[in-house]
Design a protein around this ligand. Sequence first.
Ligand code: HEC
Ligand code: HEC
Ligand code: HEC
Ligand code: HEC
Length: 352
Amino acid sequence: MSEAQLNRTSINRTGIIGGGLLLISFAMGMANPTADKADPRDRKWNLALAPQNVLGVQSCEKCHAAEIQTWKRTPHSETFLTLHRKPEAQKIADNLGITNFKNDSNCIQCHYTMGNVDSHLDAIAGVSCESCHGAAKDWIAVHNDYGGPSATREQESPEHRIKRLTASIDLGMRNPVNVYLVAQSCYRCHTVPDEKLVNIGGHNAGSLDFELVSWSQGTVRHNFVRTDGKSNAVESPARLRTLFLAGMIADLEFSMRATAMATEKATFGITSAQRTARSLERLKSAQAKVNHPVLAETIAVAQSVSLKLNNRDQLEMVAGKINEFGVRFGATVNGDELAAIDSFVPPKNKWK
Ligand code: HEC
Ligand code: HEC
Ligand code: HEC
Ligand code: HEC
């Protein structure tokens, strides 16, 4: 893949680089084939899904029943039934003049999955599989095709595997083979990049203590396909390091995207800018341990921009660069070489 291709910030770009790693320059508008650039102002960018391509959790059931059972016990699933009953939610809705949570575009971006119901779009679940892995209509038949109906995982050639994973991502899947793609899903919601929702609605300005290892490896974890389908595997130390650093880059990208939206000196702008500055400092301390070339580039570009109000174009441009570095990091990282970061990676007793 050429540098020129990499630099395109338009929808999903796919390529393969040495060693069969997957390098996909990913912009949040990827599920929206009409978006020519990743623009947080676009509601579809915020939805990060093409709702008309959402199939719903039941379409995964046949092969991923264990994952669904795990997911049902998370706040992501429960929010569908609980959000509108919470007094805090009612207060936010009142502040914004919202009468119906599941029809209001503000809340559905992050608390619900929109999908087709009788030929119109409706909230069909809380935060569900496709909120993190991308709307599945185009990739579902590709992601598990080992090379024909009778082929098994054991029979799949390494070349075919790369082709399959690449195709799935090209078709909009946020495949955890490149963990940055999934990390981006988390931070899109957990930074709450909506000034009005925070400053007028009174919504919290994102999950300030969000950290990818501790937030993904507890109740959220559903590593069944790599096992017999019955046990939920704990990640290897190498993978945890990768998750940890990918999460730090995504925190920087998305807190910067939130800062880009800030127009007034109030909770939203202040919190988002502070979060961005904090994630940059954290990335620098991590880099002092691991000395990774992609982190070096990320830090350099992040330092080149000013975290001030009404600086949207610059901040979005830099966040777009960080997106590219994050995707490249996810595609090229070798967690075995990053043991120097182990003392920073949250241990098991910190996993939510
Ligand atoms: C017909 C069976 C089947 C269905 C239906 C199915 N999957 Fe899968 N899925 C698989 C198999 C098999 C794998 C393991 C692929 C491999 O070996 O890499 C897999 C792997 C995955 C992975 C891990 C990444 C990867 O490519 O290995 C994710 C994420 C995933 N599926 C999500 C979903 C979601 C979300 C749905 C529903 C929208 C779904 N799947 C529906 C069979 C299925
Ligand atoms: C940009 C994403 C985003 C949007 C839009 C959004 N939320 Fe949230 N909301 C979140 C996240 C992420 C959390 C979890 C924060 C945490 O606990 O770390 C949350 C948490 C909440 C909570 C606290 C839940 C609890 O268990 O106490 C309430 C209440 C809430 N949201 C209401 C709303 C309402 C009402 C709307 C629509 C007007 C809305 N949210 C829109 C992302 C969003
Ligand atoms: C579509 C938006 C969305 C995405 C994507 C998302 N979350 Fe969430 N998450 C939420 C909301 C909203 C809540 C709060 C739900 C509530 O309490 O009503 C939440 C809650 C959580 C909680 C529970 C927090 C607590 O204090 O108990 C964890 C853990 C979590 N998310 C982890 C993750 C991880 C890890 C990812 C990415 C792999 C992720 N989330 C992706 C919206 C999202
Ligand atoms: C909150 C975001 C989120 C939601 C919701 C979610 N996933 Fe995942 N999923 C992830 C992340 C992150 C990983 C990679 C985890 C890792 O490597 O530790 C993953 C990994 C997977 C894998 C690969 C597991 C393995 O053994 O390697 C499969 C399969 C999968 N998800 C399917 C699903 C299905 C099916 C659903 C719906 C029931 C679902 N996911 C819901 C974030 C999510």
